[in-house]
Design a protein around this ligand. Structure first.
Ligand code: KG4
Ligand code: ZN
Length: 335
């Protein structure tokens, strides 16, 4: 079975083709970063308009690249939520229409299920069961995964998602959008010993997160330290490093706890923040020290992409699921 996947939930247009026998045979991502950068964040209306411009050309591109004709597509998967409703409508309407025109089934995929399954496209792929840490711009969740579709949320953020905290703190530090990778870059030459930020909610039991206090901590630190700093650039880097260390440590502590709680030894990380180099290093070391294994998608499948949607959709279509003509994307949609 060969599935076309379409992702348009936020500011990346992602399209891919997944084939049950051959694996991923084509994928393409177009990022809208330049459009939104001048506004310091995603402008939903501009995102929708750009998806309208880019999705169909990308579909043509992946069909050509993989020498696939529409008649050899067996199904179409599109992100049906959660995300920006206008942006979701573009991919959903296009995906549903193509499936109808081609006489093939269509399936709406949960964006976070896409992220969660992305590491399974890689080799070696993790075997079930495992615990997944989903860390994106909109979500921070620990999920116990017994198999495809068998998910139990163990804990999530009570306020800001980890990526959102990165982005907001980056803004405080005057870094351009999208802030996460920029903050990580600045933190590279930060002194880890200069400031220590709290590790929120790690001193009590449970698997919930709270990251909104860290940006306030960063703001207060900046306001106190910058006026008296001899080297303001170094101070900004030191704050970035303290922030990154706090997020990374918190995620590591909660992941170790989640593996213990669920009685698992495999940990899967996915979502934009799982591209963070320091997070990967520390998580790998901490989990290996306890005899566990850690899995990630390649960095450009950590952030939004069409491959994860094609892959998740392939699983669902294989299982005989599909959607009626009256599709309805959802801006909010619990896992
Ligand atoms: O999964 P994703 O592409 O989109 C959502 O579904 O939200 O995640 C985007 C988030 C952004 O908040 C971005 O700043 C963050 O992932 N991110 C990073 C890094 N790369 C992306 N955060 C920290 N370090 C990175 N290297
Ligand atoms: Zn995402």
């Amino acid at each position: 079975m060969r599935v076309l996947g379409i992702e348009t939930s936020c500011d990346e247009t992602g399209v891919a083709i997944y084939d049950g026998d051959l694996g991923l045979i084509a994928h393409a991502v177009y990022s809208q970063i330049e459009i939104h950068a001048q506004y310091g964040g995603v402008v939903p209306e501009l995102a929708s308009r750009d998806h309208v411009r880019k999705t169909l050309p990308l579909i043509h591109q992946v069909l050509e690249e993989s020498e696939t004709t529409p008649s050899s597509i067996d199904g179409v998967a599109y992100t049906a939520g959660p995300g920006l409703i206008g942006a979701l409508l573009v991919g959903s309407a296009l995906g549903r229409s193509l499936a109808w025109a081609w006489g093939r089934p269509a399936i709406g995929v949960h964006h976070m299920e896409g992220h969660l399954l992305a590491p399974l496209i890689e080799t070696p792929a993790p075997e079930f069961p495992f615990v997944a840490l989903l860390v994106s711009g909109g979500h921070t969740q620990l999920v116990d995964v017994a198999g495809i579709g068998d998910y139990r949320v163990l804990g999530e953020s009570l306020d800001d998602a980890a990526g959102e905290a990165f982005d907001k703190t980056a803004k405080i530090l005057d870094l351009p959008y999208p802030g996460g990778p920029e903050l990580a870059k600045l933190a590279e030459h930060g002194d880890p010993a200069r400031f220590r930020f709290p590790r929120p909610m790690t001193d009590r039991p449970g698997l919930e997160f709270s990251f909104s206090g860290l940006k306030t901590f960063a703001l207060n630190c900046l306001r106190t330290e910058l006026p008296k700093a001899e080297d303001p650039e170094q101070t900004r880097a030191d704050i970035a490093r303290a922030f990154e260390d706090a997020v990374v440590d918190t995620l590591v502590i909660k992941c170790r706890r989640a593996l213990k709680t669920a009685g698992r030894r495999r940990l899967v990380l996915a979502g934009g923040v799982s591209a963070n180099r320091r997070l990967r290093e520390r998580m790998n070391a901490a989990i290996a020290a306890e005899g566990g294994e850690t899995y990630y998608p390649r960095p450009n499948f950590c952030t939004d992409n069409g491959a994860m949607i094609a892959y998740a959709g392939w699983h669902r279509l294989q299982a005989g699921q599909h959607e009626p003509l009256s599709f309805r994307p959802k801006a909010r949609w619990p896992m």
